[in-house]
Write a protein that binds this ligand. Structure first.
Ligand code: IMP
Ligand code: MG
Length: 180
């Protein structure tokens, strides 16, 4: 096999049910922490679109939702450290409570840059929620307020994460072998 359009996932790392249970737990914590506050969720496109949709449904507080698009990969499977803002927020965040929603933290370079960039705009608070955190990676210090799963430093796909822009639609997180 291995023809054009055939992509094989070696194994399921985190099932759709496990993801949902974890997001419910994170949602309860976020709802409790931000009760009575004006909260803006900021999703980092494209990867975070699925986490955002599912996590938001587990919140029982009113929130606003916005997205940023940044690029750090440029098609390769390793972070380059070069971050470009492709789409900025639609709204001002000065004085607002902002929670960044991320799919995965790998090198942390994207988030490190993003948080520095957003902090300059002086939000009332700025925190981070990430579904996946890769273990065993040297990264700049990042305070992750809401953590999903710690995973081994493998290349994963699905649930928003892509391999060459494909496989984002898988309802689970899977591992595939990628030649580097
Ligand atoms: P960073 O290395 O933490 O800056 O990660 C930047 C972005 O690369 C993440 O937000 C993901 O969109 C993407 N990424 C990182 N690790 C993986 C992976 O294992 N599979 C697919 N995309 C990834
Ligand atoms: Mg991402």
């Amino acid at each position: 096999m291995g023809g054009v359009g055939v992509l094989n996932v070696d194994r399921v790392l985190i099932s759709a049910d496990e993801i949902d249970a974890k997001l419910a737990e994170m949602g309860r914590a976020i709802s409790a922490d931000y009760a009575g506050k004006d909260l803006l969720l900021v999703g980092v496109l494209k990867g975070a679109f699925m986490v955002m949709a599912d996590l938001a449904r587990h919140l029982d507080i009113p929130v606003e939702i916005d997205f940023m698009a940044v690029s750090s990969y440029g098609g390769a499977t390793k972070s380059s450290g070069v971050v470009r803002i492709l789409k900025d927020l639609d709204v001002e965040i000065t004085g607002r409570h902002v929670l960044i929603i991320e799919d995965i933290i790998d090198s942390g370079l994207t988030l490190h840059y993003l948080m520095r960039n957003l902090r300059v705009r002086q939000p009332a608070s700025l925190a981070l929620a990430a579904l996946l955190i890769k273990d065993g990676i040297d990264r700049p210090p990042l305070d992750i307020a809401y953590e999903g799963f710690h995973i081994p430093p493998e290349f994963v796909v699905g649930y928003g994460l892509d391999y060459q822009e494909k496989l984002r639609n898988l309802p689970y997180v899977g591992v595939m072998d990628v030649e580097e």
